[in-house]
Design a protein around this ligand. Structure first.
Ligand code: SAH
Length: 207
């Protein structure tokens, strides 16, 4: 249930559902998602579904992680600096750590952050910095970022996050009311921003 075969089946399923970025699929075939959920749920870790991680939060659905990661890194290869908002259990963090030079991960619930930090460290990722704090403000001291990935939905896209994008940078963020959120890809260009809707989604609120 938690074997390489189970992970490979999940990857096949993601591919069937339209995930075509082989770099993302290769990383997700390696990162052990079962180590990011409670032991009682580990047999379900390779189903393509969100699962509870405590504190009223959930680990994102693998399809959504794949979609957001591919959108955040784009076609051009390895982003240098990535900001993640909503660390949760740290699974998305571990995936990003394999694809970016440095990951900055922000979470408001200290207990979740501690768990994520120890899991990510145990997997040997040394290019992640964690911080407890409010995602609405981003991480000004480390801006600009080549990519920002937000795992919880505000009603409107926080201006601070757009401002912390590098020119050419990509912000992937769900936004809207709980029943009708859109997953957006916002790109910063030399003179302004472009915005594209990727999917209809359902995230926990950014609070
Ligand atoms: N990628 C995570 C998603 C967890 S759910 C995973 O797969 O485990 C979203 C997370 O966003 C929750 O952990 C929640 O505590 C966090 N969050 C919500 N509002 C936030 C805010 N304003 N600042 C930082 N983190 C926030």
């Amino acid at each position: 249930m938690t074997s390489q075969r189970a992970r490979d089946r999940l990857i096949d399923r993601l591919r069937q559902h339209g995930i075509g970025d082989e770099r993302v699929l290769a990383v997700m075939a390696q990162v052990p998602r079962h180590l990011f959920v409670d032991e009682a749920l580990s047999s379900r870790a390779y189903e393509d579904t969100a699962l509870p991680i405590g504190h009223g939060q959930t680990i994102s659905q693998p399809y959504v992680v794949a979609r957001m990661t591919a959108a955040a890194i784009g076609v051009s290869g390895t982003p240098d600096k990535v900001l993640e908002i909503g660390t949760g259990c740290g699974y998305q963090t571990a995936v990003l750590a394999e694809l970016a030079e440095r990951v900055y991960s922000l979470e408001r619930i200290g207990a979740l952050l501690d768990g994520a930090r120890s899991r990510v460290r145990r997997l040997g990722c040394s290019n992640v910095v964690f911080r407890e704090g409010d995602g609405y403000a981003g991480w000004q001291d480390e801006a600009p970022f080549d990519a920002i990935l937000v795992a919880a939905a505000p009603l409107d896209v926080p201006v601070a996050l757009k401002e912390q994008l590098a020119i050419g940078g990509r912000l992937v963020i769900p936004a809207g009311h709980r029943e009708g959120q859109s997953l957006l890809l916002i790109r910063r260009q030399a003179h302004g921003f472009t915005e594209e809707t990727l999917d209809r989604v359902r995230f926990v609120p950014l609070v």
